[in-house]
Design a binder for this molecule. Structure first.
Ligand code: TRP
Ligand code: ZN
Length: 902
């Protein structure tokens, strides 16, 4: 099954292609067992490079015929490559015809052409096109495509590919055909076809420019009622890209198709986006507010790729963040702009930063750490990471903030003027933004700024303030450093924009005047730290101020500042920057957690419970004030009242005892539940009536806060034995009119460990047995539940025996296995190593089915080196056990090898 061990690929080895492929004509005879693919290409030598043989990529293909200019030709195979040595010399175009077959029904990797529930789909990014036909499968080779699909009409009534439908008709034997022409040249990773029994929601639109377009969302019959939100999101995306960036829809027809078997979230194939059903289908009865929000942002993300990724693409896969970082930035901005007011924007920002810090920061500190523009890889699929995506988006966001919103729009305009239709690099992007903004901080320091692209690791910024009463000055010193990462020791300084303000002890925003400035200007500004250490002197300061640093999380760094508890309470109560207001609460909670972890007097009983109150009264009081605050939005309150995750706490430690972290955080949660009991009751009563369902920020916030209140009330009820709140939660679970409220109530019962959880789970399954996406939630909830006396692992093993479980369906595998191994540290890190043994078995099992999914699971133990004993040794043994397998995919091999060599 494995085609030999591949070698590491280096960015600096990039060579332009020896040939161009100008045009491709593909004809598919679709059959699940054996699909025939006729590929007629017009190829031409690239005059810019020395003459050499044509080497075409291929994988898992059966080759039947090769013809050059209509006649047979000699060729040879070198590994998986098809090599043509005797092509005519000179730069005249050559007609190359290749006939192959493949077996879509056997394609469990879900890369290339595969079958999902009787429908054909393709996934070509990054290197899946070579599993469909022999080709120059690299993004800098751009061709125009004409595609003819032929298939049985009864079984495959809908035949789709990129571009416009130019012809369709009947064939013999009940077959039919459709011919599609894509008016845009594209790299082959953007090719797509779909064939099956599907229905579409359609929408005709006229854009600002007055052009007409047909939008379609294709799903399985029966799912049409769940496509309205996706269609609305698509229309909003089109309007937004035109309004904010002047980027119009360049296609007559734009299609989205949903499939339940998909390795990732969605794929931006030109004019024919293919989506995981999870990011398309939603109704208030089956999808939560989070699902609605994710659909909006993923639909936006894929649509925005139409310009950032498709019109301008990547020269090579090392430049992946060129399209992904930029497009994540765009989808984040889209969601913020749709959210509306400052508070809702901040909520979105906090959610994004939370992902960055709990997932990307650990990646950047672990064995898979890599720069936003990596230098090497073994398997490109392993580099679709939070670093490329989320940190990449932060890099774009810093540029945006350094040149301003309008300056950034000018930079984007220049980027498209220069590079439309090209395959380019991250350097080209940064250059365009800088060139459009001469004199900006970015233009002045572009080379140093680009360290964000080349250097891995999360920089640390240490802040120190000094107040001089006589001089009435406040001197802020910022120092930066960056920990070593694989292959990178001492790193030159980063360019770090630090947005800041100063507050008086009473919480008033102070006017800011730097030494040398004629007058104070505003109460918030951005200073740029570009040296290892720099100072800023603020004048006209009458008393020790409280600095509010890194507002809005203006750079992806760890900020260390010796705040007193009182400073943080002041920021939590008064910071005009909502991000830092939230951050102050998180810092206070984190401080308590870290102190408890280090305190030998804090001990857990045999059941893992810590009885002593850990949170200081002042913190509890501050949380009460936020919860009861008359002006703050419910969504923001919910974020403030949620403690930092176990993963985030673990990241702050050099040595991690996952059980102790779990016990400490649970004790803090229990204390908040009990100490604020009456406040939670008030919050529930004030927010539980969420009215008619709409996924807008206000009602979403109400549901979120009511859900947290119910969870807290159930938690304290279980401790006191009071049956009232679990009873109410069960009522709510039964009678809720939307999935958010229903699932929150179910979660409150399951997480509190109340006996009503079991009947509720059974009822939930019976209600939603025909809704795969809801059944995924049912699995995930149980696999992610807080561990009580080690009960979760046996539950997970049982869930895998459930008739609804399947390892082959990525969503289902993720719902059980990933929820346990990646999402439930307290249950996964068992002292008996049972969790790790389970993990290694599943990695090995999954690798034979789907290496991409297996490699993601393989990363669950990335941070093994930080673990305390006995976990550390047990984790290393589990990884070694996987690594010892002789037949691993490159995907998994790269992950476990790096983990062991770390
Ligand atoms: N380009 C896709 C996106 O971010 C990512 C993607 C979808 C992908 N499917 C994939 C990447 C399969 C690798 C393999 O929008
Ligand atoms: Zn993307």
């Amino acid at each position: 099954m494995r085609e030999g061990q591949a070698a590491v690929i280096h960015r600096t080895d990039y060579q332009p292609p020896a040939f161009w492929i100008d045009h491709v004509e593909l004809t598919f005879d679709l059959d699940p067992a054996k699909t025939r693919v006729l590929n007629k290409m017009r190829v031409r030598r690239n005059a810019a490079v020395p003459a050499q043989p044509l080497r075409l990529h291929g994988e898992d293909l059966n080759l039947a015929r090769v013809m050059v200019n209509g006649a047979g030709t000699s060729f040879k195979m070198e590994g998986a490559q098809l090599v043509l040595e005797n092509l005519p010399e000179g730069d005249a175009p050559v007609d190359l015809e290749i006939f192959t077959t493949c077996a879509p029904a056997k394609n469990t990797q879900l890369m290339g052409l595969y079958v999902s529930q009787g429908t054909f789909f393709t996934q070509c990014e990054a290197e899946g096109f070579r599993r469909i036909t022999y080709f120059l499968d690299r993004p800098d080779v751009m061709a125009s495509y004409t595609v003819t699909l032929r298939a049985d009409k009864a079984q495959y009534p809908v035949l789709l590919s990129n571009g416009n439908l130019v012809e369709q008709g009947e064939l013999d034997d009940g077959r039919h055909f459709a011919k599609w022409v894509d008016p845009h040249k594209k790299p082959c990773y953007l090719f797509a076809l779909v064939a099956g029994k599907l229905v579409a929601r359609e929408q005709k639109i006229r854009t600002r420019a007055g052009t007409d377009h047909l939008l379609q969302v294709y799903v399985r019959p029966g799912d049409l009622g769940k496509t309205e939100h996706a269609m609305n999101s698509l229309m909003a995306s089109i309007a937004w890209d035109e309004a904010r960036f002047g980027l119009p829809l360049d296609l007559e027809r734009f299609m989205i198709v949903a499939t339940s078997d998909f390795n990732m979230g969605a794929m931006e194939n030109k004019g024919l986006n293919i989506f995981n059903t999870k990011y398309v289908l939603a109704s208030e009865a089956t999808a939560t507010d989070a699902d609605f929000a994710n659909i909006e942002s993923v639909v936006g993300h894929e649509y925005f790729h139409n310009w950032t990724g498709n019109r301008v693409t990547c020269r090579d896969w090392f430049q992946l963040s060129l399209k992904e970082g930029l497009t994540v930035f765009r989808d984040q901005e889209f969601s913020q702009d749709l959210a509306g007011d400052a508070s809702a924007r901040a909520v979105k920002r906090i959610e994004d930063v939370r992902v960055l810090r709990t997932v990307q920061f650990p990646e950047d500190a672990g064995p898979m750490a890599h720069p936003v523009r990596p230098d090497s890889y073994l398997e490109i699929n392993n580099f679709y990471t939070v670093t490329i995506y989320e940190k990449g988006a932060e890099v774009v966001r810093m540029m945006h903030n350094l040149v301003g919103r309008d300056g950034f729009a000018q930079g984007m305009k220049l980027y498209f003027e220069r590079h439309d239709g090209q395959a380019v690099t991250c350097d080209d992007f940064a250059q365009a933004i800088a060139d459009a903004n001469p004199g900006s901080e970015l233009a002045q320091r572009l080379d140093a700024f680009k360290h964000w692209y080349s250097q891995a690791g999360t920089p640390r910024v240490q802040a120190h303030g000094h107040f001089d009463a006589a001089a009435r000055t406040y001197t802020l010193t910022l120092r930066q450093s960056c920990p070593a990462t694989p292959g990178q020791q001492d790193k030159p300084a980063f360019v770090i924009p630090v947005e800041l303000g100063l507050l008086s002890a009473e919480g008033a925003a102070l006017p800011l005047q730097l030494q040398g400035e004629p007058a104070a200007a505003g109460s918030s500004r951005t200073v740029v730290l570009s040296e290892p250490e720099q100072q800023w002197v603020f004048t006209g300061i009458d008393a020790v101020p409280v600095p509010s640093l890194l507002r809005g999380f203006s750079a992806p760094v760890v900020l260390e500042c010796a705040y007193s508890d009182q400073d943080l309470l002041t920021l939590l109560a008064h910071d005009p920057d909502p991000f830092n207001r939230w951050e102050a609460g998180q810092r206070l909670a984190l401080r308590t957690a870290l102190a408890a972890l280090d305190n030998p007097e804090v001990v857990a009983d045999a059941a893992g419970h810590i009885a002593a109150p850990l949170l200081p009264d002042a913190f509890v009081q501050a949380m009460r004030s936020v919860l009861r605050h008359p002006q703050l939005d419910a969504a923001f309150k919910e974020l403030v009242l949620t403690l930092p995750s176990e993963t985030y706490i673990a990241e702050q430690r050099d040595v991690v005892d996952p059980q102790r972290i779990h016990a400490v955080r649970e004790a803090m949660r229990a204390q908040l539940a009990q100490a604020l009991h009456d406040d939670w009751q008030w919050a529930w009563e004030a927010h539980e009536n969420t009215g008619g369902y709409s996924p807008d920020p206000i009602s979403t916030g109400r549901r979120a806060l009511a859900g947290l209140a119910l969870a807290m009330l159930c938690l304290s009820a279980v401790r006191t034995g009071n049956p009232v709140w679990p009873g109410k939660a069960y009522q709510r679970f039964k009678s809720a009119s939307n999935m958010t409220d229903r699932f929150n109530a179910l979660t409150a019962l399951v997480y509190s460990g109340h006996e009503l959880a079991q009947p509720a789970l059974a009822r939930f399954h019976a209600l939603f047995k025909d809704e795969p996406l809801v059944i995924d939630k049912w699995f995930a909830l149980q696999a992610g539940a807080p561990d009580r006396a080690g009960h979760v692992l046996p539950v997970v093993r049982q869930l895998m025996q459930h008739p609804d479980f399947s390892l082959k369906n990525p969503n289902r595998a993720r719902s059980v296995i990933f929820s346990y191994c990646n999402g439930n540290p307290g249950a996964f890190h068992r002292a008996d190593a049972g969790g790790y043994v389970f993990w290694s078995d599943r990695v090995i099992e999954l690798d034979a089915i789907n290496p991409q999914v297996a490699a993601r699971l393989a990363r669950a133990l990335d941070r093994w080196r930080k673990l305390a004993e006995p976990w550390r040794t047990a984790a290393r043994e589990a990884i070694a056990r996987v690594a010892a397998r002789p037949d691993l995919s490159n995907d998994v091999r790269e992950v476990v090898t790096r983990a062991l060599n770390d």
